[in-house]
Design a protein. Sequence first.
Length: 299
Amino acid sequence: MANTALTLTLEWFLNPDHLPFIAGIYTGAYHKAGLDITMIEPTEHYDGFAELQAGNIDMHVNEPIHLFEHYFDDLKALGCFFVTDGGVLMKQSSMDKLRQNQPIRITTPAANPITNKIGFEILQRYAKQNGFALDIESVEFVETDFQHLHNLQNGDEHGSFDGAWLCFYNFEGIEANHIGLDYTFIDQHLSPYPNFSALELMTTHTIWQEKSEALQQFVKITTDMGQLCIDNPAQAREIYYGYTGESPSALMDDIINDTLKRLITPLQPDAERWSTLREMLATLDIAVLSDTQYAKLWH
């Protein structure tokens, strides 16, 4: 009997956050379970939600904030497999400028009204908690790319950067430690906001009905592979380097080791996990889901 083919598209470039999937493919665990998995790295402007809604793919991975921002009625969340600390990484040398409400420039891979609003909200909540005011005119978000630390160190043609937004600690925090950057990482521990730096696996109710047996098997194997990586860091590193062909490095070793502490098993839907995020996005008028819409995501 032929294996069932499933397509999985990622939110961005392949990296250690995706180790449960990488392990499932590299070890042959998916194949042995009757699945042939095609994992797709998106191009820069790829829209996995549109592809999912059109039925062109079977599963998509993305940050939970986009479950709300790109919600459509058939969307179904399968569960969160990774949660890190995320936020704005500020140069320590620029923290006085922030406190004094002086103009600061923030490098980010995505400067648009929604991400800018959320980035400013994180800084504003941090300011309020620490007894100072911050004006929205003082913070400029500059769209560059995902090379946060390179941009922080080198600036652009218009000058230097004071911070970087849309950072994951298991990448940018670890890299900043490696290069000896003095920084403050303004995440959910320093600013009172619901953390959303995580990855959710999703499909649609339609695809789930059509391929429920294969998708249930995929979820089970992915859980097993996530646990394999968590329990065996050395094997997880071997799997990552073996699959990607990257040359091992001390930096990537540390990124993988930190990432493993942030993988979540079992993979299962959890409506409670993002309830406070739902409230914040509604308050900021970014995305408003009814109770019925929200509940349907998780069933």
